[in-house]
Design a protein around this ligand. Structure first.
Ligand SMILES: [Mg+2]
Length: 391
């Protein structure tokens, strides 16, 4: 006999999947007289039962140990709402309710940070918003949203998030945001003008970014220590996608700009410098070379230049990169190429295809983006999908 007790989002009991009616206490009838023991005013179940609070807490602990987004996401899905909301003013429920809420909030925010690191800004914002649905005054969630908007270049949204918190606190508690939140707001105000002028010209991705957590972390770290990093690998392995996501995530470390130079359509190697200058948005004077003008423009800038698809104009790319790195000490170059550029200082990083679960996730994401009619069920995922992804 399976007994399931729900305490999150409202009290209910099910026996073998059948809900026991709320107002009629028929558990003794449903389970049989022996299943319930009343002793010293204490009602005890003689049969083991599943309690949703225990399931949620075990999932949170397991997700933290595994340290993976999928498990964290699954754990947040088990939080159906506040503990016993109908007993809101019962003193014994309050500490436990707060504790559970806080566990839910911290998992959501951890997930939000992971999404942001992977360049999934929409998912990151949605995760933090879930915290505010239950707790509209949760300041860490507000702070995350403010910072995330700011890092994504959405200054107005960042400032409005603070205004919303301020208004809500005033209305409900006649209180002000705490000191940390106010300091963040001040720093956003102070840097907002600089932020607005910080160029970040990376291609906007219209599809979701899948997997690659470790790769993003590694490439992100290398962008902090190497000045010339080339992502190599066979065609279609995801070099461009990974490079753009890594550049997006690292953009705040390059306050003077992050630019994407698309060399894929170029046929004349003599035009590599010009293409890069156009991407950076500078005018090249008639008497100067593009490389020279670019080097002068970037000479004192802490910036990131992403050269995408270098393999067919590889020698010209190598010459340009060497000149830029020599003359621009705070410049970092990230390149994608099927072949190494073989220029001085180049650090190679090989991109391999997505692992099988990520490939299946990518296929499912694309299918559901194409139309809601298709969802990848377990039955569909195996084994034909696996075969498609690994081939
Ligand atoms: Mg590419």
């Amino acid at each position: 006999m399976g007994i399931e007790i729900r305490l999150l989002g409202g009290f209910s009991v099910s026996v073998d999947g059948e809900a026991v009616p709320a107002r009629a206490w028929r558990l003794r009838k449903a389970l049989g007289a022996d299943a319930i023991v009343v002793r010293d005013e204490l009602v005890t179940l003689a049969t083991a039962a599943t309690v949703d609070v225990d399931t949620f807490e075990a999932a949170v602990a397991a997700a933290r140990t595994a340290g993976r987004s999928a498990e964290l996401e699954a754990a947040t899905g088990l939080f159906a709402g506040d503990l016993l909301p109908e007993d809101r003013y019962e003193a014994w429920t309050e500490p436990r309710r707060s504790l559970l809420r806080e566990q839910f909030a911290s998992v959501c925010l951890e997930l939000a940070e992971r999404h942001e690191r992977r360049g999934r800004i929409g998912d990151a914002l949605a995760c933090a918003q879930r915290v505010l649905e239950g707790e509209p005054l949760h300041e860490p969630a507000h702070r995350f949203l403010m910072s995330c908007y700011a890092r994504a270049g959405r200054r107005q949204d960042a400032l409005q998030q603070f205004e919303r918190l301020r208004a809500e606190l005033r209305r409900r508690l006649e209180a002000k945001p705490d000191a940390v939140t106010r300091a963040l707001y001040r720093s956003l105000l102070a840097t907002s003008v600089a932020d607005e002028s910080t160029p970040r010209r990376l291609p906007v991705q219209l599809t979701t970014f899948v997997g690659r957590e470790h790769e993003l972390k590694e490439v992100g770290e290398l962008l902090g220590s190497k000045r010339m990093l080339t992502l190599t690998g066979a065609g279609g392995t995801g070099k461009t996608r990974l490079a753009v996501a890594a550049a997006e995530a690292a953009a705040s470390r390059f306050p003077d700009g992050t630019w994407f130079v698309d060399l894929g359509r170029l046929t004349d190697p003599a035009l590599v410098g010009e293409e890069a200058a156009t991407a950076v948005g500078i005018q090249v004077p008639a008497q100067r070379s593009s490389a020279d003008a670019l080097a002068q423009h970037l000479a004192h800038r802490t910036a990131l230049l992403l050269l995408d698809t270098c393999e067919h104009v590889i020698d010209a790319c190598a010459v340009l990169v060497e000149e830029l790195l020599r003359r621009c000490p705070q410049l970092t170059v990230l390149a994608t190429s099927r072949e190494p550029l073989r220029c001085r200082g180049e650090h190679l990083w090989r991109v391999s295809g997505l692992c099988l679960p990520e490939a299946v996730e990518l296929l499912a994401a694309r299918a559901s983006e194409a139309g809601p009619a298709f969802t990848l069920t377990d039955a569909r995922a195996a084994p034909s999908t696996n075969a498609t992804c690994s081939s």
